[in-house]
Design a protein around this ligand. Sequence first.
Ligand SMILES: Nc1ncnc2c1ncn2[C@@H]1O[C@H](COP(=O)(O)OP(=O)(O)O)[C@@H](O)[C@H]1O
Ligand SMILES: [Mg+2]
Length: 180
Amino acid sequence: MKELSLHILDIVQNSLAAKADRVEIVINEDRIGDLLEIRVKDNGKGMTEEELAKVVDPFYTTRSTRKVGLGIPLFKANAEACNGRFFIKSEIGKGTEVYASFQHSHIDRVPLGDIIGTVISIIAVNPQLRLILDYQLDGHKIIFDTEQIKEVLEDVPINNPLVLDWVKKFLTENFPNPNS
Ligand SMILES: Nc1ncnc2c1ncn2[C@@H]1O[C@H](COP(=O)(O)OP(=O)(O)O)[C@@H](O)[C@H]1O
Ligand SMILES: [Mg+2]
């Protein structure tokens, strides 16, 4: 995929399909350590060991009768092509964590892309979801949590267009600046 944010969107869609009502996206960009890490943690239904094995290996899955997509194998291949690592931890009834890392400066490493737009579009379609974004750039951190916004909003839905505009502005202004 052309942007890592599209992989993140795909992974979050999996969490939603697994009935998660809490999703945490943790991104660590460390240009000094030449590392980019992405973690998506959910409290969805989780996977068995056997399901997990099928999910990370697309050739294994073609032999199963169940339809399985390529979202996870593509993300894994992308990370590993950039000197990175990839793993999934999952527990039935508890949730799933997907981890991918990349050599930040790797020539094949695609840009992070529009993380703010991705977060906004997830909230717009899933107002009931607790979405947490924890983004760190060279040690400068922003943590955004829909729960905090909802406390202030009281009866106004978080996917009200005016609220989404405000959230977008807030995130844009508070995102760590890559040039400072
Ligand atoms: N967070 C998750 N929680 C539970 N099951 C998951 C999760 N992510 C992936 N899966 C399982 O792995 C399968 C493969 O995921 P993916 O590679 O993204 O393809 P697709 O979403 O098209 O099925 C999903 O269909 C689902 O059964
Ligand atoms: Mg998927």
